[in-house]
Design a protein around this ligand. Structure first.
Ligand code: PRX
Length: 632
């Protein structure tokens, strides 16, 4: 790779020191290794009050020229993308950099022919098929802003996101495969679009060969459109601070917000972190199991690896289909050397027969990664021992949709690893822990709220259409700091351990939900008067969803009511937000000012009711006894 790949601990320390003392020089040098149509005038302009963060201002580029075109000379025949289908009996597909370049250009021309222009928002609701990768890059190529929505969200969720972004075009497929199931994706899009006036066109990719309804004048088949387009498409010149994409994520209040990332800084940060954390080398075969619908899929399945000229693997299926050895079979099949997955997948595979792992050699593996939620020590050891054979460093990568790329993580074989610890910040990242008064805690062996005191190129710029929300969500809790919403500990050697969210966000199998968002969905059920949702420790999911619900009348059959409430949540958000436990209660523990005391509900949900703390300020303390008795 280039000169900015750190190879030793000393180099890490040097790079870190320089990044703090001379951040502009540090990032400017790294940015210079990319292809720019025009160099930037100012490396960094920032304040965390508004906030206003601009990297590489005045620079002109197109990220796809960096992902594709610049590799054509030296890596034209190298594999860029390997696609493995859901069903192992179906044949995989491979694309060289030259072929991927062509596919992206063709898709870009289809978009253009369907009226998409620079700055338009394009919503992508697609399964993990190669066309999804082409589609994302095609948007970037013509300067359209992609907003990928994970294809497990409901029609209502999709409509909210489409309307918030004012998307003009939706890209989708007839259906999708997930394990043994087939899901009618186009039907969900049709339902969503009943309330999305901004959408003019829907481009449908054929995956299952289903005869879906096509709306005249609105819907077109991709395979028809692609017939007549050129394999060349000039890349649109973008400003470094032009929007690259919007990705919706949940916060503690209101509806999910559209996190905005921009072209230049995101590009530099995605590539730098990819190359350093995983210690990527030219001959590696890299596999990130995340869906492109999440930020991990954006940065570490697509952009980071392609910017580095890597071979990246995309998998349509799930870890447990047709059996629990699927991940390991794919690793052996393609000689995967870097493998990046989520603790929830590890925990679910751990519960199966160990022979599912032991029957594969896994000899090609060199580096393992974890992302999305705290990895418990048991899962860490299982992954390190049985998958990595104690030979592969396991990097626990902490970051967020808002950070664009990995922030705190070991660098494989370069900086120390410690079970359940994300360890040290990457060069350029200045984390601090603060106490509840916002005062920095400087000593080690402490716990506090995790904040960042200096900008980095991949950071969130705004929340789409509502900059004030961005300020309020991230920059107002602690003055002059970016607040992550996470609590963390620093050990005696300064290694960070992320404990989890300290706000009303819960992390279920690595997916983020706001408790308010789930409550709002539950409250849509006609029988429900009010609800309160909290997270609780869950063996497989990390956190489970526990809902306390007040109903209008005492239900005759509580199980029916529960099933109905679950259905409402599935309809409003999607299957991934299904409550695990629903307790019907007659009241909620509220203070005299009407605020729900979630601390008490969390304790009940955790099954720890021995010490509920002071309940004397509650309006009706008796309700607590009832809740305790009825706990599930
Ligand atoms: O609580 C942290 C947790 O996931 C949150 C971010 O979620 P999202 O924006 O969906 O991005 C997930 C993928 C980057 C964080 O605030 N989280 C993420 N990675 C880790 C983690 N918690 C502990 N350890 C991690 N490695």
């Amino acid at each position: 790779m280039n000169n900015y790949q750190i190879k030793t601990f000393e180099q890490y320390q040097e790079a870190y020191k320089r990044s703090v003392e001379d951040p502009e020089g540090f990032w400017g040098d790294i940015a210079s290794t990319f292809t720019w149509r025009k160099k930037w005038n100012t490396t960094l302009e920032w304040n965390f009050e508004e906030p206003n963060v601009k990297w590489f201002k005045g620079g002109k580029l197109n990220i796809t020229e960096n992902c594709l075109d610049r590799h054509l000379k030296t890596r034209g025949n190298k594999l860029a993308l390997i696609w493995e289908p859901n069903d192992p009996k179906e044949r995989f597909v491979r694309y060289t950099y030259r072929e991927l370049h062509e596919k992206v250009c063709q898709f870009a021309n289809v978009l253009k022919n369907n009226g998409v222009q620079k700055g338009d928002r394009v919503c992508i609701y697609m399964p993990m098929i190669p066309e999804l990768a082409f589609a994302v890059l095609a948007c970037a190529r013509i300067g359209a802003i992609h907003s990928v929505i994970f294809a497990g969200f409901s029609a209502v969720s999709m409509a909210d996101r489409i309307n918030d972004a004012g998307a003009k075009v939706v890209l989708t497929s007839d259906g999708l495969n997930r394990g043994s199931k087939q899901i009618p994706v186009k039907r969900v899009v049709d339902e969503a679009l009943e309330s999305c006036p901004s959408v003019e066109k829907v481009i449908v990719v054929e995956r299952l060969g289903w005869a879906v309804k096509m709306v005249e004048g609105r819907d077109v088949w991709y395979h028809d459109e692609v017939q007549s387009v050129s394999k060349e498409c000039p890349a649109e010149e973008m400003d470094a601070e032009d929007m690259l994409f919007i990705l919706y994520t949940s916060g503690s209040t209101g509806k999910p917000k559209g996190v905005v990332h921009t072209c230049g800084g995101y590009m530099v940060y995605a590539q730098y972190t990819f190359m350093n954390v995983f210690q990527y080398e030219e001959s590696d075969v890299y596999w990130c199991t995340a869906d492109i619908g999440w930020v991990t899929g954006h940065t570490y399945l697509l952009y980071g690896p392609l910017l580095s000229g890597a071979t990246t693997l995309m998998f349509e299926g799930v870890p447990t289909y047709p059996d629990m050895g699927r991940f390991w079979q794919v690793c052996d099949k393609f000689g995967v050397s870097i493998f990046y997955t989520a603790p929830t997948a590890i925990r679910s595979l751990m519960s199966g027969d160990i022979d599912h792992v032991l029957s594969y050699s896994l000899d090609s593996l060199k580096v393992l990664g974890s992302v999305g939620e705290p990895i418990n020590e048991e899962a860490w050891h299982w992954y390190h021992t049985h998958v990595g054979k104690e030979r592969c460093p396991l990097v626990d990568t902490w970051w967020q949709t808002e950070t664009g790329g990995i922030m705190i993580s070991s660098l494989a074989n370069v900086t120390p690893t410690k079970p359940a610890h994300a360890a040290f910040p990457l060069p350029g990242i200045q984390p601090i822990l603060v106490n509840s008064d916002g005062i920095e805690i400087t000593e080690n062996e402490v716990e506090g709220h995790l904040c960042m005191k200096f900008p980095w190129p991949g950071m969130i710029r705004t929340t789409y259409g509502d900059h004030e929300r961005c300020r309020l969500s991230y920059f107002s809790t602690y003055k002059g700091l970016y607040f992550t919403g996470d609590g963390a500990k620093r050990d005696e050697n300064g290694l960070y351990r992320i404990i989890g969210r300290v706000d009303d966000v819960i992390n279920v199998s690595g997916h983020r939900f706001g408790t308010a968002e789930i409550e709002e969905a539950i409250n849509h059920n006609v029988h429900v008067v009010e609800s309160a949702v909290v997270g609780y420790p869950h063996d497989l999911k990390g956190q489970g969803i526990y809902a306390f619900v007040i109903c209008k009348d005492k239900p005759e059959r509580e199980d029916y009511l529960r099933a109905e409430i679950i259905e409402t949540v599935v309809e409003k958000i999607g299957k991934i937000a299904k409550p695990d436990k629903i307790q019907i209660v007659s009241g909620l523990p509220k203070t005299r000012s009407g605020k729900i005391m979630r601390r008490i509900l969390r304790k009940v949900a955790e099954g720890d009711t021995s010490n509920l703390g002071d309940t004397s300020t509650l309006l009706d303390p008796d309700v607590v006894d009832e809740i305790k008795e009825g706990a599930l």
